[in-house]
Design a protein around this ligand. Sequence first.
Ligand code: MLT
Length: 400
Amino acid sequence: MPSINENFLKLEKNYLFINIAKKVNAYKEAHPDADIIRMGIGDVTLPIAKCVVDAMKKGADEMGVKETFRGYEDSGTGYDFLKEAVSGYYKSFGVDVAVDEIRINDGAKSDCGNIVDIFGNDNVVLITDPAYPVYVDTNLMSGRKVIYADSTEENGFAAMPDDSVHADLIYLCSPNNPTGSAYTKEQLKAWIDYAIKNNAIIIYDAAYEAFITDEAVPRSIFAVEGSRQCAIEMCSLSKTAGFTGMRCGYTVIPNELKVTASDGTEVSISQLWGRREGSKFNGVSYPVQCAAAAVFTEEGQKQTKENIKYYQENAKIIASALDELGIKYTGGKNSPYIWLKCPGNMGSWEFFDFLLEKANVVGTPGAGFGKNGEGWFRLTAFGDRERTKEAMERIKALKF
Ligand code: MLT
């Protein structure tokens, strides 16, 4: 009989969003007439921009013609046309990233989880709490020691480094999922200085960068001095261009990012990750890469930015309802997430049940993102406009 990786037994039984879906489905079964509004999982609702869909169709058509058919993509890192488009996108907000530093992936989640493969299990991993569950789960799966940096109401849910603590790998997400807080350049510089001092690597999740409105908030960690020495960045088209069902994103690893192996040799992180990908990943489909490249064209940017504006307006609607109710919250400004303090001193899951039963509105309990999320709750602005308004009217009518 094979033994199993018993680290899996230390995890929560289900992934957070699967747990929520199960609870909602059970409620729906018991109350078939309930008109449930889902503001839990951060899934987009607007259709993909027309020029992006057209590019995907064209790519699919090419696959059906002998002269333009494509099998494996040679490098396994993505087509140059897409990597060049991504590099141009970085340039548009003043960041230089070379084409050979970009690797196309099937969304930030996979790379955030899989990157652990190339690091030793003896590393101390520092994760801000609350955090996107993928960071903690994937490190626990490989049996690593995880320590936490507290994001709390007191620090505006923007945990900062503690010089008395050592870490080898650091996960940062800005704009943050779930709290919606976003690091300024100065705050990121403090993390970079800490990483350099500790010889650590920052794994930076920038999946929500397109929602940034504040000039003081960098769109990429590579906009901050020193980052090329110590950071890897993952980004995704899921939330920015409606690719949750398409799957495409990119990871940036600076060419100069190196670590020293136990025998003293210098090892390039980019080469190590490339080696991992060569054995375990065959890339993203050609039509999807064509679609992704179209996102970065002038028309693609215009159309996708309209969708982002729509979600930002939803965020304002949610925020203004919470203002009316006098409920504290963060986020919504540089982020599609609103992170609110559960009213009436309710716990996160207690408020989840309350909201589901009394208003038929689904959100995400903050406790699902870590201990500092207890007593907090996440709503997403990715819903339909009228349904978002309706949800907030229902919440406003509640008695807490
Ligand atoms: C979220 O809602 O936080 C995520 O987008 C869901 C996921 O990717 O697992």
